[in-house]
Design a binder for this molecule. Structure first.
Ligand SMILES: *[C@@H]1O[C@H](CO)[C@@H](O)[C@H](O)[C@H]1NC(C)=O
Ligand SMILES: *[C@@H]1O[C@H](CO)[C@@H](O)[C@H](O)[C@H]1NC(C)=O
Length: 600
């Protein structure tokens, strides 16, 4: 009995010791584990599908249609009016709140970055629900490269070094893609490389080396009979020395969105060919601008093979957007050296005001909420039909008009810039999720200055037929409720949210221009709602339906979530001299490029 008790107490002391031992070991281990979760190691996936010894590579091939003389960069910058508001020092309280908000944004960034790092490293995107990966942009690590300058801006040095090491292994001279999507490659990869180079002041040679490698590769898409690019570039044809054709049906945005990236590449490397390619395109856009069906605007679809700009659809949404956005931005990056972009912008802006700008009928009449319509125009431009549709992609416009108002002395446009920005904030605030849908149809005011709320008219437009009797009215109310349509909106053509940045982009720019703190508050509201609705195990995901606060996820996180959306948010809550708009131009993918010095 005694012996037994002894052995029992021995057993219990052994157990006790073991527990203490495990506890002691486990405690630091668990800390370590937590730390590792927060700083996961990148999965060691190399792009083995690219490093096959049989892969074709394309570096400098001889051109079929070489350029005989290059247009040089203008060299004498002239002053540009100041863009940013003259911010007064902030109070302690303001600072505390701002820093707290910024920390929350950075935490969201780290959450998504870590998901990418541990599950899709060096691939294009992580699938944020399943933890799989997608190679959507030629498999060169789109999220990694697109995020480089955000890592610099957020002071994530350790992450930057890991990313720069990986960059050494990305080979831009080959890809598994049959066609290379030139537009996306330029804005995401070239933008990320050049901006990180600018922000680190050339400290990491790998950035420029890879920018040049990519530039040399992509430049082959200009080797056509008229030096206009082929945008779904059949790169293996080029590699094999065969001729390629410029695209016959090209989105305007594709043609017009080389300027900022290629100009910066020429400015940094001194190689004139990139800027020369941009100048050829700009000259074509300039000479066609007054000859389209709506003079001042270019159609969404253009024929780059025969240089025809005669199609019927006009919009500032996707496929057109950045061609307009780059007019003031290229003007700034060139240091206001030519009047070409100013003239083109002034023409376009006047045409936008005359043909597209409208106010939406809102219940609260004190809100002057502006959007731009899509216009279809008949041959010869005699007949127009107008669609009052607002897409999320159009939300960049407030920022563009704000910058244009400043640098081109169009003060009268400032109220429009604000109305357009408020329009997108309004759309976020209307939805149960607090997030604007991808595309919606809305009710337009007849008079932009006088627009009383008319409930009956709203019902009539929702139903697309007269609503007179109480029964018809009841039916309309039912539809509105069933479809979850907020007042002033007619239908949600596409109720998804794809983690897009454009609304926050305009909020950021207008905040830097006006210093109005209510814009910071709007951004904070938008961030919290987006974070809540989209956060997943491995990042943040696009959602299916903004009409519910518990929408299904689409398992999709495009690289612009880190490169743009969260960067704009971070900058909204930073000190205003971090990436000052008077020192940098932000590309259409939110990549800051250093401006030549000199503003008024
Ligand atoms: C092209 O690139 C491949 C892979 O980087 C390399 O092996 C090859 O030597 C290069 N060719 C030329 C002509 O530079
Ligand atoms: C286009 O039209 C506008 C407005 O009528 C005019 O100011 C501008 O000079 C024209 N541009 C060209 C290139 O003809």
């Amino acid at each position: 009995m005694l012996a037994n008790r002894k052995s029992r107490s021995l057993t219990s002391s052994i157990i006790l010791l073991a527990v203490a031992y495990i506890f002691l070991i486990w405690l630091p281990l668990s800390r370590l584990h937590k730390y590792q979760l927060y700083h996961p190691r990148p999965t060691p996936i190399l792009n083995s599908h690219l490093s096959s010894p049989n892969a074709i590579h394309l570096n400098l091939s001889s051109e079929r249609f070489p350029v005989t003389s290059y247009t040089p960069l203008p060299t004498q910058p002239s002053p540009i009016p100041r863009i940013q508001y003259d911010f007064p020092p902030e109070s302690k309280r303001e600072r505390k709140q701002r820093v707290k908000r910024q920390k929350a944004v950075k935490e969201a960034f780290m959450h998504s970055w870590n998901g990418y790092k541990s599950h899709a490293w060096m691939r294009d995107e992580v699938s944020p629900n399943s933890g799989r990966y997608v190679d959507s942009f030629s498999g060169w690590g789109a999220t990694l490269v697109d995020s480089l300058d955000a890592l610099v801006i957020m002071g994530l040095d350790k992450e930057l070094h890991i990313a720069l090491e990986a960059l050494e292994h990305i080979d831009f001279t080959t890809t598994f893609s049959r066609d290379v999507n030139v537009f996306e490659i330029i804005i995401r990869y070239m933008g990320g490389l050049l901006a990180a180079h600018d922000l680190t002041e050339g400290k990491y040679p790998i950035l420029l080396k890879k920018a040049v490698e990519l530039g040399e590769m992509i430049f082959n898409c200009f080797d056509t009979h008229n030096r206009m690019p082929q945008m779904r570039w059949e790169w293996s044809r080029s590699a094999e020395g065969e001729e390629i054709q410029p695209s016959e049906r090209m989105a305007l945005a594709e043609l017009g969105s080389f300027s900022v990236e290629f100009t910066r590449l020429t400015q940094i490397t001194g190689d004139p060919k990139y800027f020369d390619a941009v100048q050829r395109i700009t000259n074509e856009l300039e000479s066609s601008q007054n000859a389209t069906r709506i003079p001042g605007l270019w159609p969404v679809w253009v024929n780059a093979d025969r240089l025809k700009f005669d199609s019927s659809d006009f919009s500032l949404g996707g496929c057109a957007d950045s061609a307009y956005e780059y007019l003031p931005k290229e003007h700034i990056l060139l240091g206001a050296q030519t009047d070409q972009y100013r003239d083109m912008y002034n023409n376009a802006m006047d045409a936008i005001k005359d043909n597209m700008l409208f106010r939406i009928m809102t219940k609260d009449e004190s809100q002057k909420v502006l959007f731009t319509a899509d216009v279809w125009s008949s041959k010869g431009g005699g007949m127009h039909s107008v669609q009052y549709v607002q897409d999320h992609l159009k939300c960049f416009l407030g920022g563009m008009v704000g910058i244009g108002a400043k640098v081109f002395d169009r003060e009268e446009d400032m109220a429009i810039a604000r109305g357009l920005t408020d329009g997108c904030i309004w759309a976020y605030d209307q939805m149960p999720s607090g997030i604007m849908p991808e595309i919606m149809k809305v009710s337009a005011c007849e008079d932009i200055d006088d627009c009383p709320w008319d409930e009956n008219r709203w019902y009539r437009e929702v139903m697309a037929k007269p609503v007179n009797t109480p029964a018809e009215r009841e039916k309309a109310q039912e539809v509105v409720e069933l479809e979850g349509i907020p007042p002033g909106i007619l239908s949600l053509r596409d109720p998804t949210y794809k983690l897009r940045p454009e609304a926050l982009e305009s909020v950021f720019i207008m905040y830097r221009i006006t210093g109005d703190k209510s814009l910071q508050d709007a951004a904070w509201r938008m961030f919290q709602n987006i974070d809540k609705a989209t956060r997943t195990k491995y990042g943040h995901s696009a959602i299916q339906d903004v009409r519910t606060s518990v929408s299904e996820h689409s398992d999709k996180m495009e690289s612009f979530w880190l490169a743009e959306t969260l960067k704009y948010l971070y900058l909204i809550f930073s000190e205003p001299d971090l990436i000052s708009l008077d020192e940098y131009v932000l590309s259409t993918e939110a990549h800051p490029f250093k401006r030549p010095s000199g503003y008024i």
